[in-house]
Design a binder for this molecule. Structure first.
Ligand SMILES: NC(=O)c1ccc[n+]([C@@H]2O[C@H](COP(=O)([O-])OP(=O)(O)OC[C@H]3O[C@@H](n4cnc5c(N)ncnc54)[C@H](O)[C@@H]3O)[C@@H](O)[C@H]2O)c1
Length: 260
């Protein structure tokens, strides 16, 4: 086996977007540890190369390529490079995302368009590009990174919340359209997990330590999520072990959604 895990993704090729850091990088590590060949992609190409270098240094199979999910040429080039690597693409994780903080009235049209373009249309562009390659083998697993924020509204998160809710129905639509042809699609809905995105959000709303404590107080496990827990969830959806899980989502939020 090539990875250090149980080989649940042995020999599969998995492309992860937004993987220079944070949850994307953790997903790459988790997939590679399970034996996948991981294409690490990001608009931040230096960051993507750093992630891939780190994994390769640990004896895992990883490569990096630049990818801006808002640019169709960039999408096509990254998908082509991934397919050429081992002649297949088995998994796609649409993880790239941005958060713009503005309420319904102060959000600009440009901000609305940018968030939709990255978070929602970017995932559709990627899905559309990999489906023909997955169909060649009659199998594939697509994982969309939604959010707890795709289920509930938080103050000042309108464009983010709408894009993440949209991802849940993109997930169902893909599952419904291609499930019979062997392509599954599911979504992960993380609660607060410590990454650069969360840190910037907490700092923008107040003192980091106080805001972190406030956030922890809202869930039922008494800590923030760990990126590797999202990595493990992505492996779960990517694995053939759960071939009957399609058009579904998993909330990974320490039970925050379960309380008032
Ligand atoms: N961290 C959390 O608490 C949390 C909770 C719920 C959902 N999420 C979602 O998880 C995903 C990853 O979040 P994170 O916390 O690791 O964020 P992050 O900001 O640390 O990382 C996001 C990555 O996406 C990349 N990216 C941005 N625009 C891109 C584009 N146009 N094309 C390609 N890549 C692009 C960035 O360069 C960055 O590397 C996002 O979709 C986010 O909405 C995060």
């Amino acid at each position: 086996m090539t990875g250090t895990g149980r080989g649940r993704l042995e020999g599969k090729v998995v492309l992860v977007t937004g993987a220079a850091r944070g949850l994307g990088a953790a997903i790459c590590r988790a997939a590679a540890q399970e034996g996948a060949h991981v294409m690490v992609t990001d608009v931040d190409v230096a960051g993507a190369e750093g992630t891939a270098r780190q994994l390769a240094a640990e004896g895992l199979s990883a490569r990096a390529t630049v990818l801006d999910v808002t640019d169709q040429d960039s999408v096509d080039a990254a998908v082509r490079a991934t397919a050429e690597w081992h002649g297949r693409i088995d998994g796609l994780v649409n993880n790239a995302g941005i958060l713009v903080e503005a309420d319904v009235a102060s959000l600009t049209e440009e901000q609305w368009d940018l968030v939709m373009d990255v978070n929602l249309k970017g995932a559709w562009r990627m899905t559309k590009a990999v489906i023909p390659i997955m169909l060649e083998r009659g199998s594939g697993s697509i994982v969309n990174m939604s959010s707890l924020g795709g289920h509930f509204a938080r103050p000042g998160h309108v464009s983010y919340a709408v894009s993440k809710a949209g991802l849940l129905n993109l997930t169902r639509a893909t599952a419904v359209d291609f499930g019979r042809q062997g392509i599954r699609c599911n979504a992960i809905c993380p609660g607060s997990t410590m990454t650069d995105m969360l840190r910037q959000h907490l700092e923008s709303t107040g003192d980091l330590a106080a805001m972190t404590e406030d956030n922890i107080g809202r869930n039922r496990v008494g800590r923030l999520g760990r990126p590797e827990e999202i990595g493990a969830t992505a492996v779960f959806f990517l694995s053939d072990e759960v071939g009957y899980v399609n058009g579904s989502y998993l909330l990974v939020d320490g039970g925050r959604h379960a309380t008032t």
